[in-house]
Design a protein around this ligand. Structure first.
Ligand code: GLG
Length: 829
């Protein structure tokens, strides 16, 4: 660092903690400068979108400044760093979140106002960065916000997909997928780092070479692709720290086969080169199953190799002994997707650094930790050996070697129990011989984390039972969390101010334990009135959105009942729809005079189905045909409405969650590892109607079961119920609504046949029939409570008050202490 240059700058401009000024005049000038010189529009004529661009670039400047200072400080202090490796980050929009975390939202709003623009309108111009599928990816985004806010020296690493998660178009009630070419209009939030790039190699052969009397393996790769870094600064709230999310994009490499050029086929040689870029092109749109596709495996290694080269380069700046690696570096593998990193670190240490195997293994097993996000054994990644051996021949050898040593160790511990040995082996024999990536991760990592208490139990008892019995100390859980900055402060500003007013401080935005202080005011009629007001305003905003979207006018007096998440059989959107049909049927069959007692509802469903998931797509269609019938039935009027919100994403969630009264989390118990949507609703004071699954069990402990509407079979009851199969008779109401669908009451009789078949006795794997009666009871309890507004508000306030435990700040603190061993490193202001 050049002290001299710093002194010169300070002499010229005066010393300032922030180089850029944040008063309204300076902000206006910066926005106009960017409109004129970056966006290249006249500063006298520009529209909302150009204002958004100018504004964003000026915010980016401020982010960059903090980000430089933070990284200079990290470099000076050289703390142990965390590298968070994930194939998915679902960041959503950046503008509002950034200005709030930087603490200059009001100044910007004021500056924009002076220029004749409105902050909210300009902020709406931003598209979502949807580089992820669902919960797992959004969790990473929340955790990055917490890592920055809590001053941890952390880096996120991921891929810069050109196509994010597909856009969902609904045509005649059917889902269609449209590509999300999100970079079309530029992305002001990233910084392209042309000079930060690394070659990534694939294919080729492994040869043996003798060096100083020893034979070593040398990988002679066949193809090289360049990985270029795109940096995305992540600002913390109430701190100067801004950390980095580095996403890699593939570019053709200069080291590419010169021979093809020399043969004269110039055009084709260029086309070939261009193919390299396809590696980081597209996000796989499936959030559960693993496809053994070469391109996907290529993505994984591309990401792992580039990230590790970068991490090792940074380590080498200040260290030359790899024994110090685990003291300086923690590598977090988010789900098994990045688990090739284990083989890659071994390859670097053994083949390139020439460490002996056991020293390399000792180092490797001390740097990695692993979090799994699933309870579904089928969802665990398995890579066919043929595929891996062709693409990464040396890595396959290394994995075999790791497995050989593990099997020897295991035999010495458990003897010749071949069944168990074969279950635990990293290599799965069988029709398609494959590598079990979860087993590799467990064998290597000292800590394996689940994402909720129940999830850990399931890992111990079912998914990884053999491993748990061998190494009980490895298994931990860290309950997921969501950031209150985005999910309350950014998306529900009215509630946020109300909370600060009643707590007498804004400190809960960093210290979420303070939310519990709301409990002491829960019975205060003033708080109750203001709480209700905030909800009403948010509902009005949502109602307006629904009307623009679908033309449906909804009553603000109705209960807004919401289920938004990926469409999956285990999440049971179908149970919700069947419940709605039941409600509709009951109203239809009521005496008109009794209809006055019905609690009006607006049922809102949103979510995407994986493009190849047939049943999930039928559920979407069913929702539409049922909505069509109900919404156009003059008998029903405002008593019941059903709305499907298309193209559910982060910014839709930001609008819908604050405006909902009730939210549904219906997974068959034992299927949702954690669930994070429920936490966002809870923080916003929405009541939960849920099964005792995933994190809901812990939410019950925090807010009390009597402040929620719980139903359904419990985790430990489900296996026995399944055993019973066909003898589990579904209740009559259930049979009746399924029959209505089957008989074509809503049309599309043939189309829905296979969907109805999944509900037959003995085939109802997700136990919709079994849970139906208790689901309806929970719904009835919600109705009874809703007509007692005071009680409802009471429960609502207690929900927010009890949500502190589910802040990602808590999750991150736990990880820092019990898994990564990192300490805060706060850049001075
Ligand atoms: C998973 C799980 C969710 C979990 C999330 C984050 O299905 O239950 O909350 O990860 O851990 N694939 C997912 O979204």
């Amino acid at each position: 660092e050049s002290g001299e240059r710093k002194a010169k700058v300070e002499k010229m401009f005066g010393f300032m903690d922030a180089f850029l000024k944040n008063d309204s005049f300076s902000l206006q000038k910066d926005i106009l400068d960017h409109v004129e010189y970056t966006v290249a529009r006249s500063r006298f004529i520009f529209d909302d979108f150009e204002a958004y661009q100018g504004l964003s670039y000026s915010v980016r400047d401020r982010l960059i400044e903090r980000w430089h200072d933070t990284h200079r400080y990290f470099k000076k202090k050289d703390p142990k760093r965390l590298y968070f490796l994930s194939l998915e980050f679902l960041m959503g929009r950046s503008l509002s979140n950034s200005v709030i975390n930087l603490g200059i939202r009001d100044q910007y709003a004021d500056a924009l106002n002076q220029l004749g623009f409105e902050f909210e309108v300009v902020a709406e111009q931003e598209g979502d960065a949807a580089l992820g599928n669902g919960g797992l990816a959004r969790l990473c985004a929340c955790q990055m916000d917490s890592l920055a806010t809590l001053d941890y020296p952390a880096w996120g690493y991921g891929l810069r997909y050109q196509y994010g998660l597909f856009r969902q178009i609904i045509l005649d009630g059917f889902q269609l997928e449209e590509p999300d070419y999100w970079l079309n209009f530029g992305n002001p939030w990233e910084i392209e780092r042309v000079h930060v790039s690394y070659p990534v190699k694939f294919y080729g052969t492994v040869e043996e070479e003798g060096i100083q009397g020893q034979t070593i393996k040398v990988w002679i790769p066949g193809e090289t692709v360049e990985a270029v870094a795109y940096d995305n600064p992540i600002p913390g709230y109430g701190t100067r720290n801004a950390i980095n999310l580095r996403l890699w994009a593939a570019k053709p490499s200069d080291q590419y086969d010169m021979e093809s050029y020399n043969t004269g086929d110039y055009i084709n040689a260029i086309m070939d080169r261009q193919k390299a870029e396809t590696i980081s092109n597209v996000l796989y749109p499936d959030d559960r199953s693993y496809q053994g596709k070469e391109l996907r495996l290529k993505q994984h290694y591309f990401f792992v190799s580039a990230s590790l080269q970068d991490i090792i380069r940074r380590f080498r700046d200040d260290h030359n002994n790899f024994d110090e690696f685990p003291e300086k570096v923690a590598l977090q593998i988010n789900d098994t997707h990045p688990s090739l990193a284990i083989a890659e670190v071994m390859r670097v240490l053994v083949d390139e650094e020439h460490l002996d195997w056991s020293r390399a293994w000792d180092i490797t097993s001390r740097v990695f930790s692993f979090t799994t996000h699933t309870v579904h054994v089928e969802a665990l990644e398995k890579i066919p050996v043929d595929l891996l051996g062709n693409l990464l021949p040396r890595h396959l050898q290394i994995i075999y070697e790791i497995n050989y040593k593990f099997m020897e160790e295991l035999k010495s511990m458990i003897g010749q129990d071949y069944d168990r040995l074969s279950r635990m082996s990293i290599v799965e024999e069988g029709a398609v011989k494959s590598i079990r990536m979860a087993n590799l991760s467990i064998v290597c990592c000292q800590i394996v984390n689940g994402v909720s208490k129940v999830h850990l139990d399931l890992l111990k008892e079912r998914v990884f039972k053999d491993f748990y019995e061998l190494w009980p100390q490895k298994f931990q859980y860290k309950t997921n969390g969501v950031t209150q900055r985005r999910w309350v402060v950014v998306s529900n500003p009215n509630l946020s101010s109300l909370i600060s007013k009643w707590l007498g401080t804004e400190s809960w935005i960093r210290n979420v334990d303070l939310l519990a202080g709301l409990r002491q005011h829960v019975s205060d009629p003033d708080l109750q009135r203001e709480w209700k007001m905030v909800k009403k305003v948010n509902k009005a905003r949502l109602a307006e959105y629904i009307e623009t979207l679908s033309g449906i006018k909804v009553s603000l007096d109705a209960m807004f009942d919401v289920q938004i998440k990926r469409i999956h059989e285990y999440k049971r959107q179908l149970l919700n729809i069947l419940g709605i049909i039941h409600r509709y049927d009951c109203i239809k069959n009521m005496e008109t005079s009794d209809r006055r007692k019905v609690v009006p509802r607006v049922c809102i469903i949103g979510g995407k189905a994986a493009p190849g998931y047939d049943i999930a797509k039928k559920i979407i269609k069913l929702c539409h045909v049922v909505a069509e019938k109900i919404n156009n039935d003059a008998d029903i009027g405002d008593l019941l409405k059903l709305v499907f919100i298309p193209d559910y994403n982060v910014s839709v969630a930001e609008l819908v969650i604050p405006g909902s009264d009730l939210s549904q989390h219906l997974s068959t118990a034992g299927h949702e590892a954690s669930g994070t949507g429920s936490m966002k609703f809870l923080m916003n004071g929405c009541l939960l109607l849920a099964t005792a699954d995933g994190a809901i069990v812990e939410i019950m402990e925090e807010v009390g079961a009597d402040n929620m509407f719980l139903f359904g079979a419990k985790v430990n009851e489900v296996p026995a119920l399944r055993e019973k199969g066909a003898s589990l008779k579904a209740p009559l109401q259930f049979l009746r609504v399924v029959r209505m669908v089957r008989d074509g009451y809503f049309g599309f009789k043939d189309y829905f046949k296979s969907l109805c078949d999944t509900l037959e006795d003995g085939k109802d794997f997700y136990l919709l029939g079994y849970d139906f009666a208790s689901y309806l009871e929970a719904q009835a309890a919600a109705d009874r409570t809703f007509v007692d507004p005071e009680k409802w508000i009471h429960m609502s306030i207690l929900s927010t008050a009890g949500s502190g435990k589910f802040s990602s700040d808590k999750t991150i603190e736990e990880y820092a202490k019990h898994t990564w061993g990192i300490e805060p490193c706060k850049c001075p202001f």
